[in-house]
Design a protein around this ligand. Structure first.
Ligand SMILES: C[S@@+](CC[C@H](N)C(=O)[O-])C[C@H]1O[C@@H](n2cnc3c(N)ncnc32)[C@H](O)[C@@H]1O
Length: 345
């Protein structure tokens, strides 16, 4: 039997409504630079009037935004009518590059998630989709910005921590970034491991175009290339020491997913490593209320319209088995992702 949630049902509804508004409050604060200005002021904080004057905004709007932010626990009281950022809010909302920074995710939820969700009722009737790749240039950039905070951690700490891989990366491994998007992760890999060569592949023309421009303007242009993939697949055979997929496995159309994973495995050398960081969907009802699956459950709902099916552990294992890959590590990361490491046998 399913347990009744501990929270009063009426309170639960009000909390959800509050969450909707809090997300928009944060997106506005990010867009207008309000959090950044308060952060710059440090312990002294800022008055609403000085923020409004500095950012050329309406006084009453900023005053109410500050008070609401205090109500939400995003801001705290400073001295003499000033507001300061609450604990951790510099990391969560301001510091780009911090893996905990949620500002790009908050902005894309408001800017793109809302538009997607408004079409849900119609899509529930028709089963229609509006795929990731159909959203356009700006969307692909927003997604790349949302994942960027994690790229350094993945490139240095996580890949370097896989037994046996650090030596190969130092010596100069050939790395395939499957679903490279706008290219941030493979560039970080190339920067972290100066002897490595990276090839990024993606089916999203917007991502591929931006990745090519970013790589061309970077200090790793001689070691990183970007390839568009189509229905004929990745087109490499036994070439790579490592294949990485960050936030990609659940994005691959489940109708072709077994073939894509086989294709990635084919591109690896024997003994090559597949590294995946992605969501795992709960396998049963108890998992749906287990907080460690929060992000996976939310992603599955938000991304229904992109045609995505977030795989369960059983589905992930079947994919590996079907592609001749042996799972050697599985670890929950930050209560959000699962890290999966598999080796080509
Ligand atoms: C959430 S984005 C992640 C992008 C990138 N890895 C990052 O860290 O920003 C997922 C990417 O997977 C790509 N993708 C989906 N199916 C794919 C496939 N069959 N082959 C290659 N890329 C694919 C999408 O186009 C998209 O760019």
């Amino acid at each position: 039997m399913t347990e009744t949630p501990a929270i009063d049902p009426t309170d639960l509804m009000w909390e959800y409504l509050k969450g909707f508004h809090a997300v928009h409050h944060m997106a506005i604060g990010n867009e207008l630079g309000l959090f950044a200005k308060i952060n710059e002021a440090g312990e002294g904080g800022r008055t609403p009037a000085s923020l409004a004057a500095d950012l050329d905004l309406h006084g009453l709007y900023v005053d109410v935004w500050c008070k609401t932010g205090y109500h939400y626990g995003l801001l705290e009281e400073g001295e003499a009518g000033c507001f300061v950022l609450a604990e951790m809010m510099d990391k969560l909302l301001v510091n780009a590059g911090d893996p905990r920074n949620l500002a790009p995710l908050i902005s894309s939820t408001v800017n793109y998630g809302s538009d997607d969700l408004r079409t849900y009722a119609e899509n529930f009737r028709t089963g229609g989709t509006h795929r990731f790749q159909e959203h356009g240039d700006d969307f692909s950039r927003h997604v790349g910005d949302s994942t960027a905070g994690f790229h350094t951690v993945v490139a240095r700490r996580m890949l370097g921590g896989i037994p046996g891989l650090k030596g190969k990366l130092e010596a100069g491994a050939k790395v395939l970034d499957v679903g490279c998007g706008i290219g941030g992760l493979m560039m970080k890999v190339a920067q972290a491991w100066p002897n490595c060569e990276c090839v990024g592949v993606d089916i999203d023309p917007h991502g591929v175009q931006q990745a090519r421009a970013k790589v061309a303007a970077s200090d790793v242009a001689d070691r990183v290339t970007v390839e568009a993939v189509g229905s004929d697949g990745i087109g490499h055979d036994g070439e790579f020491d490592l294949a990485i997929m960050f936030e990609v496995l659940h994005e691959i159309d489940d109708g072709i997913r077994p073939d894509v994973i086989k294709d990635v495995a084919k591109s690896l050398k024997t003994g090559g490593v597949m590294f995946i960081l992605d969501e795992t969907y709960p396998s049963d009802l108890s998992g749906l209320r287990d907080p460690s699956y929060n992000f996976a459950v939310q992603t599955q709902f938000n991304e229904l319209i992109w045609g995505n099916v977030v795989p369960t552990i059983e589905m992930q294992r079947e994919l590996f088995a079907g592609a001749g890959l042996k799972e050697v590590a599985r670890e929950p990361i930050g209560g959000i992702f699962t890290m999966l490491v598999a080796v080509k046998e």
